[in-house]
Ligand binder design. Structure first.
Ligand code: FDA
Length: 408
């Protein structure tokens, strides 16, 4: 006979542990199952080892989904302040970095231990590492085949995350189960990921690896998608740091815009967002006798200036005073509105999140239960709700885990 539990949660990551702890504390018998040998690797490596565990400003506008209002209910029922209160209750040293991002001061291990302690308080049972086989509907509940003994349960919660970072155990399990039960999937793709560039127009920028600067970045494709099928996004526009890498561009600005970027479309960079470069150059023409490059290096790193001049057909020793206004306007535009088409992205190997997932129109926004399969829940990154960089993705994991844990 398969051992019976009220609830089986598959995936002991951020969302799964939160859900199990909440359900356990409500007096439910809960089994938490994970195939990994090491608990919650993603929490451990997050935020450079210090886990950016929430963002105090988190709200629906910080999330991408084909169904943008879906996340509203869970985020309102379990807020960033609620998670912060839990962190404070467990006396975990923490601090705000910038833009509302809250980090552990010492180590992300503190968050893992906190969730473990919360699961212990809810008397959650564990099977880990444990391979999960089939999930079938049986006797009004579910039967789950596990490699160390099958279990039966009234509710099953899928919290197996997305496809990012396969080397630490990411699988498509959630999507397979959703498909098995007839639920739609929004096609997954890598998000919060460095973008790659190649070809002749990128050659002058390839040697700039290591250069970082604050920029504004946007993508037109997001704007065009507005009001399109499902109204995927309100358009991506961010002011953050940009980093040149050996294979392309990274840094928070690029990670943020990558979630809005559609392959084949350009991103637009403003390398000097506080300045109208053409106006400044034209205004300086009569008073400044310097070379154009020397003027630009007042505002931009010298190696980047060399690359920009070469890419726009200016000699390295071009003199500002000799330049026609029209050419300076073109150069200004290339700096204030640099439009480039990425070749691709670094993919799931480097992506912090997976966009898409179980279509939220299949789920109840109050409980995360599948509308047409009573007792089957999906939470966290397996669902088509993806946050910006900055603690938003964990807040979604906590909030969706909380509402499912309160309902099972
Ligand atoms: P998560 O991926 O956390 O957990 C899924 C669990 O399911 C794993 O334990 C896995 O082993 C298990 N599993 C998968 N397939 C299975 C199967 N077939 N059978 C059994 N178990 C299975 N976010 C943020 O807000 N702040 C941050 O600082 C960061 N930093 C960050 C850094 C890096 C490098 C990455 C890759 C990601 C981040 N993130 C982040 C994103 C954040 O880590 C992510 O959104 C959450 O961990 C998602 O939580 P889930 O519980 O949904 O999945």
């Amino acid at each position: 006979m398969a051992k019976h539990y009220d609830v089986a949660v598959i995936g002991a990551g951020a969302a799964g542990m939160m859900c199990a702890a909440v359900a356990g504390r409500r007096g439910k018998s809960v089994l938490l199952i994970d195939h990994a040998t090491k608990l919650a690797e993603k929490i451990r490596i997050s935020g450079g080892g210090r886990c950016n565990f929430t963002n105090i400003n988190a709200g629906p506008a910080n999330f991408l989904s084909q169904n943008p209002h879906f996340c509203r209910s869970a985020l309102a029922r379990y807020t960033a302040q609620d998670f912060l209160d839990l962190v404070k209750k467990h006396r975990i040293p923490h601090h705000e970095k910038h833009k509302g991002q809250l980090f552990c001061t010492e180590s992300s291990e503190h968050i893992i231990q906190m969730l473990r302690d919360e699961c212990d308080a809810g008397e959650v049972s564990w099977r880990m590492p444990c391979k999960v086989g089939a999930i079938e509907q049986r006797d009004g509940g579910f039967h789950i085949t596990l490699d160390d003994g099958d279990v039966a349960c009234d509710s099953v919660v899928i919290a197996t995350g997305g496809l990012s970072i396969p080397k630490i155990g990411a699988t498509d399990f959630g999507y397979c189960i959703a498909t098995q039960f007839g639920l739609q999937i929004v096609e997954p793709r890598p998000g919060l990921v460095p973008l790659t560039f190649d070809g002749p127009s990128w050659e002058v920028f390839a040697p700039l690896a290591g250069i970082a600067l604050e920029v504004e970045v946007s993508t037109g494709s997001a704007g065009k998608a507005k009001g399109g099928k499902g109204g995927q996004s309100r358009g991506g526009h961010f002011r953050e740091d940009l980093l040149f890498t050996h294979r392309g561009l990274s840094g928070p600005a690029i990670l943020q815009i990558s979630s809005y970027w559609q392959p084949g479309t350009p991103i637009v960079l403003n390398l000097l967002p506080d300045m109208d470069v053409a106006e400044e150059l034209i205004g300086a023409k009569t008073t400044v006798k310097k070379q154009l490059g020397n003027v630009l290096t007042q505002w931009l790193p010298a190696r980047l200036v060399d690359g920009l001049l070469a890419a726009n057909g200016f000699a390295p020793d071009a003199r500002l005073a000799d330049m026609a206004d029209a050419r300076l306007r073109k150069l200004g535009d290339a700096i204030n509105r640099w439009e480039i088409v990425p070749t691709g992205s670094e993919g799931y190997r480097k992506a912090e999140v997976t966009l898409g997932g179980v279509d939220t129109r299949e789920l109840s926004q109050q409980t995360m239960m599948a509308n047409k399969v009573p007792g089957l829940y999906f939470i966290g990154e397996s669902v088509d709700v993806t946050g910006w960089l900055g603690g938003y993705n964990f807040q979604w994991a906590w909030a969706s885990g909380f509402v499912a844990g309160s309902s099972v």
